[in-house]
Design a protein around this ligand. Structure first.
Ligand SMILES: NC(=O)c1ccc[n+]([C@@H]2O[C@H](COP(=O)([O-])OP(=O)(O)OC[C@H]3O[C@@H](n4cnc5c(N)ncnc54)[C@H](OP(=O)(O)O)[C@@H]3O)[C@@H](O)[C@H]2O)c1
Length: 309
């Protein structure tokens, strides 16, 4: 099959489009013929060998990146019960021993697969899991938001932020969204988010004034930085702040506020709950650009620039 592989960790230039052996499935796995694969910020960290160092792993090469994708099942292992050849599915499998999704085919355990919801296109389906499951874990399980509470979402127009905003809204929260640039603000307004400000072009005071709000019950950060640190102090006593590990460290200390860094820790139960939420909430996701598999270098370069979703 064709795949985009790394012969060694490093820059985007190390990505090579080449022929490689098609993966073989084990009894509990399905083989997905991929139509689209999602790419995200964490792919850069993985490409540079960050997870190898962080998790003390010794990966072998050629190495295939990509932790999610959508496509059609073309074969199923002997013990697979839930899926059949021909099913349109989404696969989400982080740091897979079989290699990732930047390829024509991927072998994925059935517990890491779900049927493509019919309210998502193939392209949307390929890119919703990494960011969506991270957002779901953060807003529902870590922040444990409640109906009617005020939630500040920083980086709301990025991948995780767009879904986190929609989850918090669907749970009845009052969302105060800090987006990046005018296109981010416009996108969130289109989603019906009432309180949204451009955090790339506002300081703390002007931002709070535009929100007409002095403090928040909880906050969710998908990026760090000076403004993010200042905003932490606007979370009420006994409030909570959550952020996915990987963002630049938040420098804030207050024993009356819980600071909760977390990993998405994707498992079957999380996937089931998120899948149900997709059907009920009908979320919008923005895929800003689509690249051919052989154009991986440009796709990775694009990740370093501003985008919505
Ligand atoms: N630990 C885990 O399990 C896990 C899982 C998934 C993701 N992550 C991490 O979570 C983080 C978020 O991921 P992502 O895919 O959502 O990344 P992303 O799409 O880059 O989102 C971050 C957003 O924050 C925005 N931002 C930064 N500073 C801002 C400011 N001052 N005002 C307004 N917006 C600002 C960025 O805008 P610009 O476009 O202007 O840069 C971008 O839209 C990444 O660090 C990723 O590695 C961790």
């Amino acid at each position: 099959m064709k795949a985009l592989v790394l012969k060694m960790f490093g820059s985007a230039r190390n990505l090579q489009y080449t022929d490689i052996k098609k993966p073989e499935i084990e009894d509990n796995e399905v083989l997905i013929k991929l139509h689209y694969s999602g790419i995200g910020q964490w792919d850069i960290f993985e490409r540079e060998g960050g997870y190898d160092k962080l998790l003390n792993m010794k990966s072998s090469f050629p190495y295939i990146l990509g932790s999610e994708g959508s496509g059609t099942i073309v074969s199923v292992g002997k013990k697979v019960e839930k899926f059949h050849v021909g099913d349109q599915v989404i696969g989400v499998n982080f740091l897979s021993k079989n290699g990732g999704f930047y390829a024509e085919y991927s072998a994925v355990p059935e517990t890491s697969v779900y049927l493509k919801p019919n309210n998502l296109s193939e392209i949307e389906a390929s890119s919703i899991s990494g960011v969506g499951l991270t957002a779901y874990r953060g807003i529902v399980d870590v922040l444990k938001v409640k109906n009617n509470e005020s939630v500040l979402i920083f980086g709301a127009s990025g991948g995780v932020g767009l879904i986190a905003t929609q989850i918090a809204k669907s749970l009845g929260c009052h969302v105060y969204a800090i987006a990046s640039h005018q296109d981010g603000v416009d996108y969130l307004r289109k989603l019906g988010v009432e309180h949204v400000v451009d955090g790339r072009n506002s300081d703390l005071n002007s931002l709070l004034k535009k929100f007409n709000q002095e403090c928040f019950d909880s906050a969710f950060f998908t990026a760090g930085g000076e403004l993010a640190d200042l905003l932490c102090s606007k979370v009420k006593n006994k409030g909570r702040i959550a952020y996915p590990m990987g963002i630049s460290e938040l420098s804030y200390e207050n024993s009356n506020v819980e600071l909760l860094g977390y990993y998405a820790d994707i498992d079957e139960n999380l996937i089931k709950r998120f899948e149900r939420w997709i059907y009920v909430a009908n979320p919008k996701i923005n895929v800003e650009q689509v690249f051919e598999l052989n154009d991986g270098i440009n796709a990775h370069k694009r990740l370093e620039e501003h985008y919505v979703g």
